[in-house]
Design a binder for this molecule. Structure first.
Ligand code: MLT
Length: 253
């Protein structure tokens, strides 16, 4: 599901319809650079440059002192979907927004599923490991140094963000999860989550992200040392204005 398919009607359809590879501006009015990568541009690390060039994504350089927002779209989305959400969260952030590389009936996703809400857990692990590799390569390629990174995902993007944070907490230490759930039930990683922080934003009646799964995830994260904040609202799957407001506050804390 894309953010624009949100039945809660939030107006967070952020798909600009632009091609990230052309250097098209996001159209937000913020002067923080352009979206797009130049696959031919030599980076300081050729291996990182090759990995980054091979993975479709949107990129915008931000302002010093602001975080990198790793934007992860929902099922059927693209790397453009959440650019407006990134601007709403921090218009001066650096934005790194890759495209999910799994296809389900023509829809981009982050990992395979066997049915709605029933994930191919081996694929979740594989794809989250690949995403962590991409983030590491992008950090080197774009020379992001020690900038703080916050993954911001919606739905399937939230789930891959959470899986990557569980498995690679030093690469993805912070997550804002809109309508996410436990991505790896029953799979225990022994990573140290003491420096991890997670914001879980969920609707109380969301059949695609059942609260029992969200609660199990929160309990596991906390048991392993993560700082977890949960925000519940009425309604179902989606990104509401209240969710965005809560995420802005969490980021600014
Ligand atoms: C998932 O597959 O990650 C969740 O069921 C949400 C979605 O449908 O994308």
């Amino acid at each position: 599901m894309t953010a624009s398919a949100d039945s809660t009607g939030t107006g967070t359809d952020t798909d600009t319809g632009t091609d990230s590879r052309t250097g098209t501006d996001t159209g937000t009015g913020t002067d923080t650079g352009t979206v797009g990568t130049d696959a031919a541009a030599p980076g300081p690390d050729p291996a990182a440059a090759a990995l980054v060039a091979a993975w479709p994504h949107a990129y915008r350089q931000g302002v010093a002192g602001h975080p990198v927002l790793l934007m992860l779209h929902g099922t059927g989305g693209t790397e453009h979907d959440l650019l407006g959400l990134a601007d709403a969260l921090d218009p001066q952030a650096t934005v790194l927004s890759p495209r999910g590389r799994v296809t389900e009936i023509g829809m981009n996703r982050w990992f395979r599923r066997l049915a709605e809400g029933v994930f191919d857990l081996d694929d979740v692990e594989l794809r989250s490991d690949e995403l962590a590799d991409f983030v590491t390569a992008a950090r080197a390629h774009y020379e992001l140094g020690g900038l703080n990174l916050v993954a911001v995902g919606f739905s399937n993007g939230a789930n891959v963000a959470l899986a990557t944070a569980l498995r690679h907490p030093s690469t993805v230490p912070h997550v804002i999860a809109f309508s996410g759930m436990h991505p790896l039930p029953g799979r225990v990683a022994d990573t140290d989550l003491n420096a991890t922080s997670v914001l879980l934003l969920n609707g109380e009646s969301d059949p695609m992200a059942p609260l029992a799964s969200v609660d199990a995830l929160a309990a596991e994260l906390e048991a392993r040392g993560a700082a977890v904040q949960q925000v519940r609202r009425t309604g179902g799957h989606g990104v509401t204005e209240a969710d965005v407001y809560a995420a802005q506050g969490w980021l600014a804390r």
